[in-house]
Design a protein around this ligand. Structure first.
Ligand SMILES: Nc1ncnc2c1ncn2[C@@H]1O[C@H](COP(=O)(O)OP(=O)(O)OP(=O)(O)O)[C@@H](O)[C@H]1O
Ligand SMILES: [Mg+2]
Length: 256
């Protein structure tokens, strides 16, 4: 469904992606973990045509898209939606119109079909009664959820998530992780999720890919990663364990 072959991206003298090879099957949930600045967002942006790779191929649903023009990418964005790290909503539009925008642009739907898809998407991300508000009137966490709803409303075959839960409370984080799982189960959506959240990756990913300095340094099922010999993976695991221990100590009242 989504495949990268020897993908290279440079900015000036700096090579950010150093030949990425990765194949993701339909319905699969793949998490990308990696330290800051290792090219995770750059990989996603190349996938939806916001950046152009310097070499290599990107295959989406049987089409090689790396050489596509901006116009040709319009078609791809219907199939492959991206939820950005920072919610970039249109300030002057209401929440309802923000979500309806892509539906109007890509599909010819009646007003009642648009309305039911907007409301369904908002319900999926667990927000209500804000249809007429503008982005500035809602919190950052809510904006993130609206930006997720906006992409999910298009029901793309492939969904790219750039840190969908960073900065959100645990309840919303769980809801969004459940949503990613549900989309994969019900619509067979293929998901590529960039995240720093190791516990979440271990619980919902079919496969975890670990990035370091523009390269894939390890990958496998959650179970395989738990036994990884790669130092960076062990560091991620140790940090996740510390977080879980800390949380359970807080619950038991032995730590503040
Ligand atoms: N448009 C751009 N022009 C020049 N350099 C860029 C551009 N976009 C990203 N970079 C550089 O590419 C590198 C990788 O950036 P990227 O945003 O992919 O990191 P990341 O892995 O997503 O990190 P984080 O976890 O902090 O989001 C960084 O050094 C960044 O400065
Ligand atoms: Mg990033």
């Amino acid at each position: 469904m989504l495949e990268y072959r020897n993908l290279v991206k440079k900015f000036g003298e700096r090579t950010i992606l150093k030949g990425i090879n990765l194949k993701i099957n339909q319905g699969e949930i793949v998490f990308i973990l990696g330290t800051s600045g290792t090219g995770k967002s750059v990989l996603l942006k190349n996938t939806v045509g916001l950046l152009k790779p310097d070499a290599g191929e990107i295959w989406i649903d049987g089409e090689e898209v790396a050489g596509f023009s901006e116009f040709e990418f319009l078609k791809i964005r219907k199939k492959c939606g991206m939820v950005f790290q920072h919610p970039a909503l249109f300030d002057s539009l209401t929440i309802y119109e923000n979500i309806a925008f892509g539906l109007r642009k890509h599909f010819s739907l009646s007003e009642s079909e648009i309305s039911s898809r907007v409301n369904r998407a908002l319900k999926l991300v667990n927000i209500h009664d804000i249809n007429d508000k503008r982005p500035a009137e809602i919190s950052y966490g809510m904006q993130k959820r609206v930006s997720l709803a906006r992409t999910v409303a298009l029901e793309p075959k492939v969904l790219l998530f750039d840190e969908p839960t960073t900065g959100l409370d645990p309840v919303t984080t769980n809801a969004i992780n459940e949503l990613i799982k549900d989309l994969s189960r019900t619509l067979k959506t293929t998901s590529l999720v960039v995240s720093h959240d190791m516990p979440c990756a271990l619980s919902i990913a079919d496969r975890i890919v670990v990035f370091d300095q523009g390269q894939i340094v390890d990958q496998g099922t959650p179970q395989e990663l738990l036994n990884s010999k790669v130092k960076l993976v062990q560091e991620f695991l140790a940090e996740a364990k510390e977080m879980l221990d800390h949380d359970s100590n807080v619950i038991r009242g032995t730590t503040s």
